[in-house]
Design a protein around this ligand. Structure first.
Ligand SMILES: [Zn+2]
Length: 314
């Protein structure tokens, strides 16, 4: 057990246990488990300048420095946006405006606009900006979250695979709270650390500063003035998917005693052998390989017809 001088972003505790010494590429990366609440994070936690530096250099290489998103990437993003819309559609019937933080290519913003909502967003990375603006015609601005004045502007904020990248999720969610109209909502998706999605050696990634379980994500949102409306994911799902309502900011202590033990047990449960031998994994893998070529061929047609429709309806 090691004591660090860092404070847990969720519970404020300062007692951590190292649960991993390397990332999924076998590079040195210390990951700590907060013994107070079960939140899992890099130790030390990189500050915002370090995170920005990472995105300016290494993260680009992970995505091969693409400037034009591939057709497969666009098709997947568009279909994923449809999945999200269908999932939360009946819960957001009163919503008129949607704002996405970390909009990526811009497919989700455009999809929601396509459904008749007023949709916009921000994306700090500028690599795909040209495509976002001149092909998708999506209203996505190239700025950071903290560049936005914390004044209410939207009925719903979307945060899709973004919360795990913040230097302080608590600071980010409190800022997001300020962007949402009274009675508005907040939808978040991120990887589920305690789901059986990866073996321990493939689990940790520099870009994912925080690793949430459903309990720690819900508690983090509650600390920042949100209450859970609905969870769309189960404990064993690869991702956590939760919809919250904005409520008043309340200063209540985090009540997650025993959660660190639960999280540690789940991290250690799936070793390499048992994970890869699970029947669900094998059939999933087989489906993945056989559908790859089909998807590649479909994507070109899908994206060309999507872009020509968007061009016509400008
Ligand atoms: Zn904690």
């Amino acid at each position: 057990m090691t004591n660090h001088s860092v404070q847990c972003d969720l519970c404020g505790g300062d007692k951590f246990e190292i649960v991993s010494r390397s990332d999924r590429h076998k590079q040195a990366l210390d990951t700590g488990l907060c013994l107070g609440c079960g939140l899992v994070m890099h130790l030390p936690v990189p500050n915002e300048a370090e995170v920005a530096e990472y995105y300016a250099t290494r993260y680009r290489q992970d995505y091969h420095g693409e400037r034009q998103p591939s057709e497969r990437r666009v098709m997947r993003a568009w279909k994923n946006a449809g999945r999200i819309y269908n999932q939360i559609g009946s819960s957001i019937s009163a919503v008129e405006t949607v704002f996405e933080i970390g909009a990526g290519i811009g497919c989700t913003v455009k999809y929601f606009e396509d459904q008749g909502l007023k949709a916009s967003g921000i994306e700090p990375n500028h690599d795909f900006n040209a495509f976002t603006h001149s092909k998708l015609f999506a209203d996505v601005e190239n700025v950071n979250l903290y560049d936005l004045e914390p004044t209410p502007r939207t009925d719903l904020v979307l945060l899709i695979h973004v919360i795990e990248h913040f230097s302080s999720p608590k600071k980010a969610l409190k800022h997001i709270h300020g962007l949402i109209n009274d009675g508005g909502m907040f939808y978040v998706e991120c990887p589920n650390l305690t789901g059986p999605f990866a073996t321990q050696s493939r689990m940790f990634h520099y870009a994912h500063i925080y690793n949430f379980s459903p309990e720690t994500l819900k508690s983090m949102a509650e600390q920042c003035g949100f209450e859970l409306i609905e969870s769309f994911s189960g404990d064993d799902d690869a991702d956590i998917q939760m919809l919250f309502r904005k409520v008043g900011m309340q200063d209540q202590p985090v009540q997650l005693s025993g959660n660190a033990d639960r999280v540690r047990a789940r991290i250690n449960k799936y070793n390499a052998l048992s994970y890869h031998a699970r029947p669900a994994y094998l059939s999933k893998r087989a489906r993945k390989v056989s559908s790859y070529l089909m998807e590649y061929m479909k994507a070109r047609e899908f994206v060309s017809s999507l872009l020509s429709r968007l061009e016509k309806q400008r």
